[in-house]
Design a binder for this molecule. Structure first.
Ligand code: GAF
Length: 391
């Protein structure tokens, strides 16, 4: 039992007068490659990680949904039939932001399924770092959705639950994200990544084989947290939609690298660079999948590096700290490194030979120190299983 599982149990005992009906969990994710391509109907290659959000749930007969989290001082209690008055919101949710994730999932589930729903007490604890670009929010959504789907006997499949999580994130929390994170958290498999076509939602499992190739996936968390409900993420999404409209395609997914000459002639310089990132990143995802299958993970380093350069120079979502992490990791022996997630903060990943892990961690720490950044939090992650019932 992990500390987060223990914490969820202890919190449930404080929250609820009744017994627990069960315990569920869902992981955060690392995106190996394919950044900002999801809301452009494109391709992504994330994997679920061995950091999870745990939910302990029991029923109550008051018809309320009561949620408590180790992130918060006090529980939030809402009548189930009051959820429609809270969501959807524009701007600030009418509940504390952390509570908008599980309550938003309950709200979206009530709209998606007609089965009768009883009151529930939900206790949440997590060891997914918040704001690090590892999808702590999708982990909460997927764990809550899986627990409620079982408890309310809704019978929804994992892809339907991923859509529920995204609806909560988009409409209850107000973050205009795509569906990658929820799909990774729902569908993850040990030692594998999810190759997802974000238009059809067809998903294939791609073996990663890091351990067999003598590699570890390091996370270098800059400690600079980000939020996708504001600022740069929305701006990049708008630029992509503008680019697709100007080029007469439903989504940037419908362009290939052969269209970039025409795009450059038709678009202003900034929009063109945003478009070029998406078009080349989609191609890099396809190339990474092909390379993993044909040659294994030791051959994908250059694709990870090229992805980072594209995010830094064309999409402009990296930060000086992320660039420092990537450069230090490469110089100390990582075979490839890139920022992961939405950007504007969060973490970089570095695919690193076992015998270089300590050097990479030391190099990142000393490069951050020299540049005057706060010390990074460096750790390794293992590709792991998706959302599940644990007890
Ligand atoms: C965040 C979003 F939630 C995802 O949908 C995706 O767009 C990602 O940023 C960037 O690839 O994690």
């Amino acid at each position: 039992m992990t500390a987060a599982q223990d914490a969820a149990r202890a919190l449930f005992a404080e929250l609820s007068h009744g017994p627990a009906a069960g315990a569920w969990s869902a992981p955060g994710r690392v995106n190996l490659i394919g950044e900002h391509t999801d809301y452009n109907d494109g391709f992504v290659l994330p994997f679920a990680i061995d950091r999870r959000t745990h939910v302990v749930l029991g029923t109550n007969d008051g018809g309320d949904i009561r949620v408590a989290s180790t992130f918060a001082d006090a529980p939030v209690v809402v009548p189930l039939d009051g959820l429609d008055r809270i969501f959807p919101t524009t701007g600030q949710p009418a509940v504390p932001e952390w509570a908008a994730y599980p309550l938003g999932v309950a709200w979206a589930l009530r709209h998606a399924a007609t089965a009768p729903q009883v009151g529930v007490d939900i206790a949440i604890a997590s060891d997914v770092p918040v704001g690090a670009g590892l999808s702590s929010s999708a982990a909460i959504e997927s764990a809550t959705a899986t627990a409620l789907n079982d408890s309310w006997r809704l019978g929804l499949d994992p892809v339907a639950l991923a859509r529920i999580g995204r609806r909560a994130e988009n409409e209850a929390v107000g973050a205009p994200t795509g569906i990658m994170d929820q799909m990774a958290s729902m569908l993850g498999r040990a030692d594998a990544a999810i190759f997802l076509d974000c238009r059809s939602l067809d998903a294939e499992i791609v073996d990663l084989g890091f351990a067999g190739a003598g590699l570890q996936l390091m996370v270098i968390d800059t400690g600079v947290t980000h939020a996708h409900s504001t600022g740069g993420y929305r701006d990049r999404r708008d630029a992509c939609e503008r680019g697709a409209a100007a080029l007469g395609v439903p989504a940037l997914r419908d362009l290939s690298v052969d269209d970039l000459g025409r795009a450059e002639r038709m678009l202003d310089a900034t929009t063109f660079r945003r478009v070029r990132h998406i078009v080349t990143e989609n191609q890099r995802v396809l190339d990474t999948v092909r390379t993993l299958r044909a040659q294994g993970p030791a051959a994908i380093g250059a694709l990870l590096d090229a992805s980072h350069a594209s995010m830094r120079d064309d999409f402009e979502i990296s930060t000086p700290a992320l660039d420092t992490a990537v450069a230090a990791a490469g110089a100390a022996g990582a075979i490839g490194a890139r920022m992961t997630g939405g950007g504007f903060g969060g973490a970089a990943i570095a695919l690193t030979p076992h015998d270089r892990v300590d050097e990479v961690a030391l190099a990142a720490a000393s490069a951050f120190d020299e540049a005057g950044f706060a010390a990074p939090h460096v750790f390794t992650v293992t590709p792991s299983d998706g959302a599940r019932r644990d007890e």
